[in-house]
Design a protein around this ligand. Structure first.
Ligand code: NAD
Ligand code: ZN
Length: 376
């Protein structure tokens, strides 16, 4: 079985397989990766309910399953301790393979457990959400949340391999599909390689439930991420580009308590804000900004926009800035397919851009034509 792409870092290289139905050959594939003394699969209740049966029979024995509650709350110190306890009680050494079977929550928690169980065991990412398939399963960032903030405890620890079966997506709820496509669209904004045009053509079809050709889209998004991770594994320079829409998005997630918006929904609003901020600050021409918004509109149309108090969003950004003892870094587009890192953005531009994006998303359901104006 030949991998579709390799992720190369200064110290290691690992394969990413993208293929419909590949889960049925998981046993063979694991056999090709090495010899392991058993498997431990970590998954969540929802994924177990839908897909447990489809992988249970193909894993080489002995396979243990650990099921966590679904949702962001499982990326916690409490759940970390509980799962660690289960592993230790099984008296497992360091030669088993841990399989992260689920969305980004399972991937981040299981990956962090793999990084830290007896100073590290090999693991495999078997992502089941679109977001995890195009983003979180690749790149080695693993971790959990702390009451003081998201992803504050973590490691850079790459899997042995990433195995992507797009058939898992067939059971994904609509909001998770939209959320995953946010990260796909983000990748299309990062490189001038025809991805944007292809996605514009195909996105409506996927949202209508026709998943044919999704493998190519997943692969394309991963290629964009892989290139940036390879150049900057430790996230000190160009890997930041993957944060397009995330500074605004994170602030919106924070101000709405992290449970109102799905991460990708916040990123959609964040990208609309970023394009508008680029327009306001003279970085991008109006036509390209509108073209970008037209693609985002297909996703933005589906968001139930929560009531947001802009002052608390800005206050949250200020607190973040102080906590990091650093400037807030924005990734802003300079055209479709190219971005730049901006460290100082005028507060009025930030406020007006967020305001624009929220009004834009709220107006999508009622207004077929965008006004393009900022409402004050
Ligand atoms: N490590 C990274 O580089 C990175 C990058 C982006 C996001 N993340 C993290 O990823 C997390 C979000 O990931 P997510 O959006 O996948 O959320 P998630 O893991 O919470 O999954 C979303 C929901 O979909 C369900 N689900 C998963 N697969 C399913 C399937 N095939 N069918 C039906 N339901 C399914 C889950 O049970 C859950 O309820 C966040 O914690 C975020 O911080 C990490
Ligand atoms: Zn993201």
């Amino acid at each position: 079985m030949s991998p579709e792409l390799f992720i190369k870092t200064p110290n290691l290289t690992y394969p990413v397989f993208v293929q419909r139905g590949i889960r049925r050959r998981l046993g063979n594939l694991i056999g090709e990766l090495g010899t392991f003394e058993g498997m431990v699969v970590i998954t969540d209740r929802t994924v177990a309910g839908h897909h447990f049966a489809s992988i249970e029979g193909v894993l080489p024995p002995p396979a243990h399953f650990i099921v966590i509650p679904e949702g962001e709350a499982s990326k916690s110190l409490g759940e970390y301790e509980r799962v660690m306890g289960e592993l230790l009680q099984k008296k497992l050494g360091r030669d088993f393979l841990l399989v992260a079977f689920g969305g980004g929550v399972v991937g981040d928690l299981a990956g962090y457990i793999a990084a830290t169980y007896k100073r590290g065991v090999p693991y495999l990412q078997l992502p089941t959400t679109l977001l995890a398939q195009v983003d979180s399963s690749v790149g080695g960032k693993v971790g959990i949340n702390h009451p003081l903030g998201k992803n504050l405890i973590g490691a850079l620890y790459h899997p042995k391999a990433v195995v992507i079966d797009p058939e898992f997506l067939l059971t994904l709820p609509r909001r998770e599909v939209i959320s995953g496509f946010a990260e796909v669209v983000k990748c299309a904004f990062l490189k001038k390689d025809g991805f944007f045009a292809g996605l514009k053509r195909q996105l409506p079809k996927f949202l209508d439930g026709d998943w044919s050709g999704i493998e190519d889209i997943i692969l394309h998004a991963l290629l964009v991420k892989a290139e940036l991770v390879e150049q900057d594994e430790e996230d000190r320079s160009v890997r930041h580009y993957l944060n397009l829409g995330h500074t605004f998005g994170h602030a919106l997630e924070q101000a709405t308590g992290f449970s109102t918006l799905r991460h990708g929904e916040a990123v959609i609003l964040g990208m609309a804000s970023a394009f508008q901020a680029a327009l306001f600050s003279g970085r991008i021409v109006k036509e390209e900004c509108e073209e970008a918004l037209a693609l985002l509109e297909i996703l933005g149309n589906e968001i139930s926009v929560p009531k947001v108090d802009l002052s608390s969003v800005l206050k949250g950004m200020e607190v973040d800035k102080k906590r990091k003892k650093d400037a807030l870094v924005f990734v802003l587009p300079i055209s479709i397919g190219a971005v730049e890192i901006v460290e100082h953005l005028d507060e009025k531009v930030i406020r007006d851009s967020l305001n624009f994006a929220l009004n834009w998303a709220m107006g999508l359901k009622t207004k077929p034509v965008r006004s393009g104006k900022v409402e004050k």
